[in-house]
Every structure is written in C-alpha cells, then in structure tokens.
Design a protein around this ligand. Structure first.
Ligand SMILES: O=C(O)CCC(=O)C(=O)O
Ligand SMILES: [Fe+2]
Length: 297
C-alpha cells in the first residue's frame, strides 16, 4: 500500500491526498448529508441535495433502506456465497456465470456488463503483479437477475426513481441505470488507488449493507470538488504519461484532502465518478458489503 506522503527524491511516486479524520471528517461529511425521508417529502430538500451533488461531487443520504430490508439482502448474499462455494452440487452454474480464481468462465469488464445473467466475479492478482488489483474482492454484476426475491429486495433498496431525479437535477441531463453490482470486500488490501471512472458523465450510488465506521473497514473515499477541478486532472495526466501510468489514475493529489465516507448500513452515498475516488485498503479481518448502481446517459 502506498504511504500517505511521498518523498521529494522519489519523483515517480504518486502523491496521495491527506485523509480527513476526527471532527473535520465528521463536519465535512455532515455538510453533504441529507435524511432520505426529508428528500421524499420535501422538494426543497431534494433540490438542495441535487445542488450539493453538483458543487461537491458527492452526497450522503441517511436511512434509505430499513434494517429489515438490509438483513434480508444480506441473508440472500450469504446463501449465494454458500452456493458458490458448493458450485459442483448447488446448481449455481444454471443461474449465474461464476468466475472463481482458477476457473474463469467469462473475461473482461464489458463482457460482465453485457452478460445475460448475473456474474459472480472473484478478482485476482494481476498477471504482471501491478498493484491495485482488488484481489480477493467478489464483484457481483446484475444481482437482481439471481431470483425474483433478489430483484424485489434490490429494487426496494436502490430507490431508482428518486435517485435518478436527484442526479438529473444536479447535472441537468437525463441519466439511465447502466449496471447494478454488489461489492463484497473481505480483507482486501490491494485496492485501486485514486482514480476516476472515465471522463464522461457518470454517477454511482453506493447503498451500504454493513456499517462503515473506521478506515480499517475500507470506506469509500472521495476528493470533494475534484469532478470539476481541471487542474488536478491535468497534473495527473502529465505525470501519468511520463511514468506509464493509466490515464484515469489520479496520481497527483498531494495538495488535496480526501473524505472517507463513514456510513451506517442502509445509508447511501451518491457521487460523480469523474471525481477522484477509491475504496480504502482494508484490515485483514474487515468485511464490507455494498450495493452499487451506475447511472449514465
Ligand atoms: O470500492 C470502493 O469503495 C470504490 C470502488 C470504485 O472505484 C468504483 O466503484 O468506482
Ligand atoms: Fe471507481
């Protein structure tokens, strides 16, 4: 894992932002936080949330999904993981594409997005050993296709009608749901560093299925306003070109601060994916589950 500061002599090292902690983290998080129930009943609150998303690039919504609903989704995920472990007898191959570390049935992100069924993809280390592989993470594409029950639960969690409205008002562009995912992280240390998900207009909503209350658990981290800051994008671009780093990596954030988004199970974070973000590396024993929805034009 790269350290939080880089030495001047180590010119090829990416420069990471400072992570906000303590009261400052809390204040910065509270300033972009809204109660979901307020959003539902008040147009004014909805407009304020949309405006905050437009300016800051990220908002947090409290209590989007009830504890019962979260519990029901987690029970379904547990059963699914059990079926994946016993894939030879469980019949999982009839309802999903199961990519295990030593048994790849599908290849490539776009293939997963375009698949006609759910894809359960275990991320593995890169063949060339480069960092940021998310090795150990289980990424489930189209979880709503696993069963009617899963579809019903996920629909209730994602609140797509309202969230689409918030996003649409924030960017004045109609957006569509492109892909739903579940991220399961258990002691994932080698997470991808700060990056953007391309330069086109794209948002994600992250509905947390477990509590995220420390850095060890691997919170989603975001550099506020970076979605509209051309300077840090250009700085990173030039550095990346010179050092053979991918163009969407935010490698030059030394002067910035990143906000780790702590959240309770049932809370949702929405962000513009043009901005600099990452999942923080986890402690070996930590677990995190997130239901993700991607919105695009
Ligand atoms: O794991 C995370 O929290 C963030 C992953 C990410 O970069 C993304 O969903 O675009
Ligand atoms: Fe990303």
């Amino acid at each position: 894992m790269p350290s939080a500061t880089s030495t001047p002599t180590d010119a090829a090292q990416p420069r990471l932002p400072e992570l906000l902690q303590g009261n400052l983290r809390e204040q910065e998080s509270n300033s972009i936080t809204f109660n979901f129930s307020d959003l539902v009943r008040s147009k004014r609150c909805l407009l304020k949330a949309a405006w905050t998303l437009n300016r800051q690039g990220i908002i947090r919504l409290r209590q989007v999904a009830s504890a019962d609903l979260i519990e029901a989704v987690n029970a379904q995920i547990s059963q699914l993981l059990d079926d994946a472990t016993h894939y030879k007898t469980s019949g999982i191959d009839d309802i999903a594409y199961l990519n295990l570390p030593n048994r790849r049935v599908l290849k490539g992100y776009n293939t997963f997005v375009d698949a006609d069924r759910a894809v359960i993809n275990h991320r593995v280390e890169r063949p060339d050993g480069r960092s940021g592989s998310d090795a150990g993470m289980i990424d489930i594409f189209h979880p709503e296709r696993l069963s009617d029950e899963m579809k019903r639960l996920i629909n209730e969690c994602l609140q797509e009608r309202l969230i689409r409205r918030v996003i649409m008002i924030s960017c004045l562009t109609p957006m569509r749901v492109k892909c739903r995912n579940i991220y399961l992280n258990r002691g994932v240390k080698d997470t991808r560093s700060y990056h953007c998900d391309g330069r086109s207009l794209k948002f994600k909503s992250f509905l947390f299925l477990s509590n995220i209350d420390s850095l060890d658990i691997g919170p989603y981290c975001y550099v506020k306003t970076s979605h509209r800051n051309r300077r840090s994008w250009k700085l990173s671009r030039a550095f990346n070109e010179e050092h053979g780093i991918g163009m969407y990596e935010y490698s030059q954030l030394g002067d910035c601060q990143a906000l780790p988004m702590f959240a309770a199970a049932g809370d949702m974070v929405i962000s513009s994916q043009r901005g600099a973000h990452r999942g923080h590396p986890q402690h070996t024993d930590a677990q995190r589950a997130v239901l993700v929805n991607m919105y695009q034009r």
